[in-house]
Design a protein around this ligand. Structure first.
Ligand code: 3PG
Ligand code: MG
Length: 413
C-alpha cells in the first residue's frame, strides 16, 4: 500500500482538479473536537483538528472556489441533536480562517441549498453535522449512496481532507467520491506521508507507546507491531488487563476479562519474536474515578498489588522514569493513547512524562490520535517539539494494522 500512495498523491492532489474558480467544492474535514458545557453553550476544549483543517480550506478559498465544508461531531444517532451541533466549531473555524464562514442548519436540506447557493467565489460555508442524517453511517450501501447523491448535488468537486475519518466507509468519506471529481486534501496527504514512514522502513530502535482505555481497540495494531516494533510500552486503562493476565490483582481498575487470554498470547509472542513489552512497575491509584464532587486522593502502589476497592488511574513515577529511559535511544516513536486520566492533574504525570520523552527524540516522533494529541496541547507542550501530531487516532492505528482505508482507497479509483 505505501508505495502506491506516492503516485496517488501526485495524481490525486488538489491541483489535479484544475482551476476551481467559481466551482463549488465539498471538503470533508474532521472537525470532531472535544467540547464542554451544555447544548447551546458549548466551548471547544481543544481546537487542534480545526486548526489542522485550515490550510486546505484556505487554499481552496484563495483559489476562488466556493467551499462547502462537511464534517461530523461525536456520534449522534442519525437525527438532529443540539448537543452535537457544529455551530460552535463553524464559528471557531471562521476565527482561524479569518474569513466569514456561513453555517447551514442542516446538511442536505433547504438551509444547506440556500447557504451554498449564496456563496460567492472564495467564500466558505459549513454544513450542520453530517451524522444528523442516518444515511451517513448506514451499513447499507444503497442507503449511503442515496444520501451521498443528495450531498453531491451541493458541489462540483470533492476534496477528502478528514484524515481522522478515512477509516470509515461513510457517505461523506467514501460514497461521495464515487459521484464527484475528487482529490486528496493536503492534510490527508501529509498524514499519509507520516504513517508511511512508520511502516515502510522505520529507523531503529522503533518504540511504540500504547495507552487508552481498551485493549480491544488495539488488538490489530498490537498484532502487527509484534513483528515490526522493537519495543512496546503499555500504559493507560488497557494496562490492567495485561497486569491481570500476568496474575496481578488490579482491584476495581478497568479490566477486559475477555481479553486476558489475548494478552497472555501477546506476551508469549513478544518473547518469541524478541519484541520487548514494557509494563509499568508502579501505579497511581485512588478509591474512585476523578469527579467534580471529590478531591483526588492519589496513592502510589506497586503494579503487582492494587488493593481491592481501588483503581489505577495513571502509571507511577518509577514507571514514568523507566518509560522515558526506554524512549531515550529510540529513533522512531509512535504514541497512541494517554497513560492515565491526564485531564486531572493528580493523574497526568505519566502522560506528561511520555510526552516530554517524545520531545527529546532525535528521529521521528509521532503523537497519534485524538486523545494523546489533545493531551499534549492541554498539558501545555509546544506542538513544534514533536515530529508530527496526527489528527487521526483510529485512522492511523488502522493504517499501522495494515488495513485498507476506504476513504483513501476510493480516491485511487
Ligand atoms: C475520531 O474522533 O476518531 C474521528 O473523528 C472519527 O470519529 P468516529 O470514531 O466517531 O468515527
Ligand atoms: Mg480517482
Amino acid at each position: 500500500m505505501p508505495q502506491e500512495h506516492d503516485q496517488t498523491r501526485a495524481e490525486n492532489g488538489i491541483e489535479s482538479l484544475g482551476d476551481l474558480r467559481g466551482k463549488r467544492v465539498l471538503v470533508r474535514s474532521d472537525l470532531n473536537v472535544p467540547l464542554d458545557g451544555p447544548a447551546g453553550n458549548r466551548t471547544i476544549t481543544d481546537d487542534g483538528r480545526i486548526r489542522a483543517s485550515v490550510p486546505t480550506i484556505s487554499l481552496l478559498a484563495e483559489g476562488g472556489a466556493r467551499v462547502v465544508v462537511v464534517a461530523h461531531l461525536g456520534r449522534p444517532k442519525g437525527k438532529p441533536d443540539p448537543a452535537y451541533s457544529l455551530a460552535p466549531v463553524a464559528e471557531r473555524l471562521g476565527e482561524l480562517l479569518d474569513r466569514k464562514v456561513t453555517f447551514a442548519s442542516d446538511t442536505v436540506g433547504e438551509s444547506a441549498s440556500a447557504t451554498v447557493e449564496a456563496l460567492a467565489d472564495g467564500e466558505v460555508a459549513v454544513l450542520e453535522n453530517v451524522r444528523f442524517n442516518s444515511g451517513e453511517t448506514s451499513e447499507e450501501d444503497e442507503v449511503r449512496a442515496a444520501f451521498a447523491a443528495e450531498l453531491a448535488k451541493l458541489a462540483d468537486a470533492f476534496v477528502s481532507d478528514g484524515f481522522g475519518v478515512v477509516h470509515r466507509k461513510q457517505a461523506s468519506v467514501y460514497d461521495i467520491a464515487l459521484r464527484l471529481p475528487h482529490a486528496m486534501g493536503n492534510l490527508v496527504a501529509a498524514e499519509l506521508d507520516v504513517v508511511r514512514r512508520l511502516t515502510a522502513d522505520p529507523e531503529r530502535p522503533y518504540a511504540v507507546v500504547l495507552g487508552g482505555s481498551k485493549v480491544s481497540d488495539k488488538l490489530g495494531v498490537i498484532d502487527n507491531l509484534l513483528t515490526k516494533a522493537d519495543k512496546l510500552l503499555i500504559g493507560g486503562g488497557m494496562v490492567f488487563t495485561f497486569l491481570k493476565a500476568l496474575g496481578n490483582e488490579v482491584g476495581e481498575s478497568l479490566l477486559e476479562e475477555d481479553q486476558l487470554d489475548t494478552c497472555r498470547d501477546y506476551l508469549a509472542r513478544a518473547e518469541e519474536s524478541g519484541v520487548r513489552i514494557v509494563l509499568p512497575t508502579d501505579i497511581v491509584i485512588d478509591t474512585a474515578f476523578p469527579s467534580d464532587d471529590r478531591e483526588p486522593d492519589p496513592t502510589v502502589v506497586p503494579a503487582s498489588g492494587i488493593p481491592a476497592g481501588s483503581l489505577g488511574l495513571d502509571i507511577g513515577p518509577e514507571s514514568a522514569k523507566a518509560f522515558a529511559a526506554e524512549l531515550a535511544d529510540a529513533r522512531t516513536v509512535f504514541w497512541n493513547g494517554p497513560m492515565g486520566v491526564f485531564e486531572t492533574d493528580a493523574f497526568a504525570a505519566g502522560t506528561r512524562a511520555v510526552a516530554e520523552a517524545l520531545t527529546k527524540i532525535s528521529g521521528l516522533s509521532v503523537v497519534g490520535g485524538g486523545d494523546s494529541a489533545a493531551a499534549v496541547r492541554l498539558l501545555g507542550f509546544d506542538e513544534a517539539a514533536f515530529g508530527h501530531i496526527s489528527t487521526g487516532g483510529g485512522a492511523s492505528l488502522e493504517y499501522l494494522e495494515g488495513k485498507d482505508l476506504p476513504g483513501i482507497a476510493v480516491l485511487e479509483r
